[in-house]
Design a protein. Structure first.
Length: 317
């Protein structure tokens, strides 16, 4: 347990919680229940073996922090995950209730090991060792079948390697989720486009042939959609979105909105995962500026996604 002040709250709580959940104990030296709760929290922290981090805020000395988080009674504990406060409790709870509280938010040991395997897999993929990456991602899923990050990364890597049957099999368990997470729906659209380009005769057409048919009939949506899928298969995603936007502007409901759904899927696939985009210094949920930081220029990839989101919005209006 460490003492946290306004000066180090940004580092020790907000930034630290991006990697490990942080439990903040708001207390005061004169508070009897606080003296009871403190040793219990320290005992639980040791028992959890680093699965969460415990810090203390002396409300007598850090009244600005206590006021910002609207601490009305002490002891009050607030749990931070991913730079945000997610839950809390008041009073000197017994050890069993504290563990039950933590278990609702803190990953199990198996989940942590699976996450470590996912990180190692991503490093292996980045270094070009795709076989090792696939193996580690499969191991992570075997250890934690509900690990959506591992499933997404595995399916995406298999698709990139052209192993579409294996990718579809790995994706299948996620397709039963209700509601279906957008990133898994995006993978489904990507696989569908690749399967089309692989098995449909039009998948071998030169782009000029598509353009000739479209020039003869601007509302030949079947040809436009086929061309977009071929462009997706070739990795020309922005060109594919341009073609899809042409359909959307002319008929938003065509083919059960397949062009719009495919366009949205491409935007999702182009958007970096949240765990990669969290590099900036975080704020609390209500925007508390703990330590000022300079805004950085927008990433080119993020700018591209933003531009094509605007283009979709214009096509839909």
């Amino acid at each position: 347990m460490i003492d946290v002040t306004l000066a180090n709250f940004q580092t020790e709580v907000l930034e630290a919680s991006l990697a490990t959940p942080v439990l903040v104990d708001f207390w005061a030296p004169w508070c009897g229940p606080c003296k009871v709760l403190g040793p219990i929290l320290e005992k639980v922290e040791q028992a959890y073996g680093g699965r969460f981090k415990l810090v203390k805020v002396n409300t007598e000395e850090e009244q600005q922090l206590a006021g910002y988080f609207q601490i009305r009674s002490i002891p009050t504990c607030i749990l931070f995950v991913g730079g945000q406060p997610v839950d809390g409790f008041m009073g000197a709870l017994p050890e069993g209730q504290i563990k039950a509280f933590l278990d609702r938010h803190i990953p199990s040991e198996d989940e942590l090991e699976a996450r470590a395997e996912v990180n190692e897999a991503l490093q292996a993929a980045a270094s070009g060792d795709t076989d090792a990456a696939v193996r580690r991602l499969r191991e992570a899923l075997a250890r934690d079948p509900d690990n959506d990050d591992a499933r997404y990364d595995l399916v995406r890597l298999l698709v990139e390697l052209g192993q579409l049957e294996e990718a579809s099999a790995a994706l299948a368990p996620a397709l039963g989720k209700l509601p279906l997470p957008l990133r898994f729906e995006a993978l489904q659209h990507w696989i569908a486009a690749l399967e089309f380009a692989r098995h449909d005769p039009r998948g071998q057409w030169p782009l000029d042939k598509f353009d000739e048919l479209i020039a003869a009939n601007r509302r030949d949506f079947e040809t436009r959609f086929a061309k977009a899928r071929v462009l997706i298969a070739r990795g020309e995603w922005t060109a594919a979105m341009d073609e899809l936007a042409e359909i959307i502007m002319r008929d938003k409901k065509w083919a059960d909105e397949a062009p719009r759904k495919t366009y949205v899927a491409l935007l999702e696939l182009l958007t970096p995962p949240a765990r990669e985009a969290a590099a900036g210094a975080p704020k609390s949920g209500a925007g508390l500026e703990i330590a000022g930081h300079t805004a950085t220029a927008q990433d080119p990839q993020a700018e591209l996604v933003s531009r094509y989101r605007r283009k979709l919005s214009m096509a839909l209006n």
